[in-house]
Design a protein around this ligand. Structure first.
Ligand code: ATP
Length: 258
C-alpha cells in the first residue's frame, strides 16, 4: 500500500496515528574509535515510501545504512523493524527478516558469473525452494534483460551501470520488504543514472519500501516522498521534497543553488 503525502505528514506530526512505521531508527549513535559518525539520529520509514537521506561526503550516510543492516554496531539507541527490535542481531538474520542492503560500490563478486552472483543471493532459500529461485530469476531477468544476455559473463567485466543493476537484481532475488540503497548513482553517466532511478521507481511501485542514500540530491528528491538531510552525524533538516526545495540553505548546500 502506498501512503499519500498528507497522511505521512499527519503521521509524522502525530496528528493521525493510523500507520505504524515499517522501520524506526531511534536516537542511534555510532563511533569509530574516537570519531563520532552518528550522534543520535532518529527517523521513520513508512510502508511503501521512498525515503532519501542526503548529505555531503563523510556525513554518516553509509554508516546509517550499515547500522540498520547490522554491519556496524550502534553504541546507543535502537532500530525497530515491523515492531521488533533488530539492532544487535547478526546481519544475516536481519536480511532474513526482510531488510535487504544494496551496498555502496556494488560489492558484487567479480570472479563469479552474473548467474552465480544471483544464485548466491538466494542463499536464504533452502534446496527445496530452488523453484522459488528459478521464478525470481525469471522475474529479475525480465526487469534486467541486459543481465539475462550476460548471465555467463564474469561480474567484474560488467560495466559500472550493469554492476549496479546486478547489485539491485541480487537484492530483488533475496526478497524482503525494505531495500536499503547506498548511492546507486555513484560513478555512473547521467543517462545510466536516469535508467537506474527509473528502475528504483518501478521497484517501489511494485510494493517495496526504499531507504535511499544519495549524494545526487536532485535525483533523490525526484523519487522520494520524504527526505532527511544528514550533516556531521546529525539530521539537520527533514521534510517533503517541496519543503526541502523551499529551504534556501539546503538548496545552496546540496542542490548547487536554486
Ligand atoms: P560518503 O558520501 O563519502 O560515502 P557518508 O556520508 O556515507 O560519506 P560515512 O561513510 O558514513 O559517510 O562516514 C562517516 C564518518 O565516519 C566519516 O568521518 C568517516 O571517515 C568515518 N568512518 C566511516 N567508516 C569508518 C571506519 N570503518 N573506520 C573509521 N572511521 C570511519
Amino acid at each position: 500500500m502506498i501512503i499519500d503525502q498528507n497522511t505521512i505528514k499527519n503521521q509524522i506530526e502525530g496528528k493521525n496515528k493510523i500507520f505504524e512505521p515499517l522501520l524506526s531508527v531511534k536516537n542511534i549513535s555510532v563511533s569509530y574509535g574516537g570519531i563520532k559518525a552518528l550522534k543520535g539520529i532518529s527517523f521513520d520509514v513508512f510502508p511503501g515510501q521512498v525515503v532519501a537521506i542526503i548529505g555531503a561526503n563523510g556525513a554518516g550516510k553509509t554508516t546509517t545504512l550499515n547500522a540498520i543492516s547490522g554491519l556496524v554496531k550502534i553504541q546507543s539507541g535502537e532500530i525497530i523493524y515491523k515492531k521488533e527490535r533488530i539492532s544487535g542481531l547478526q546481519p544475516d538474520l536481519i536480511v532474513r527478516k526482510g531488510v535487504v542492503h544494496v551496498p555502496e560500490g556494488r560489492r558484487i563478486f567479480p570472479n563469479l558469473t552474473v548467474h552465480e552472483n544471483l544464485r548466491l543471493a538466494a542463499y536464504i532459500y533452502s534446496r527445496e525452494e530452488y523453484t522459488t529461485f528459478q521464478g525470481k530469476l525469471e522475474e529479475v531477468f525480465s526487469k534486467f534483460p541486459r543481465l539475462k544476455e550476460r548471465q555467463n559473463q564474469l561480474g567484474g567485466t560488467l560495466s559500472g551501470g550493469e554492476q549496479q543493476m546486478l547489485a539491485i537484481a541480487r537484492a530483488l532475488i533475496t526478497g524482503g520488504d525494505i531495500m536499503l540503497m547506498d548511492e546507486p548513482s555513484m560513478g555512473l553517466a547521467p543517462v545510466l543514472v536516469k535508467e537506474i532511478f527509473s528502475i528504483i521507481r518501478d521497484i517501489n511501485k511494485s510494493g517495496k519500501t526504499i531507504l535511499l542514500v544519495e549524494q545526487n540530491a536532485r535525483m533523490a528528491l525526484r523519487l522520494a516522498n520524504y527526505c532527511y538531510v544528514l550533516e556531521n552525524g546529525i539530521i539537520s533538516f527533514s521534510g517533503t521534497p517541496e519543503e526541502i526545495m523551499g529551504n534556501k540553505k539546503v538548496v545552496e548546500a546540496y542542490l548547487g543553488g536554486s
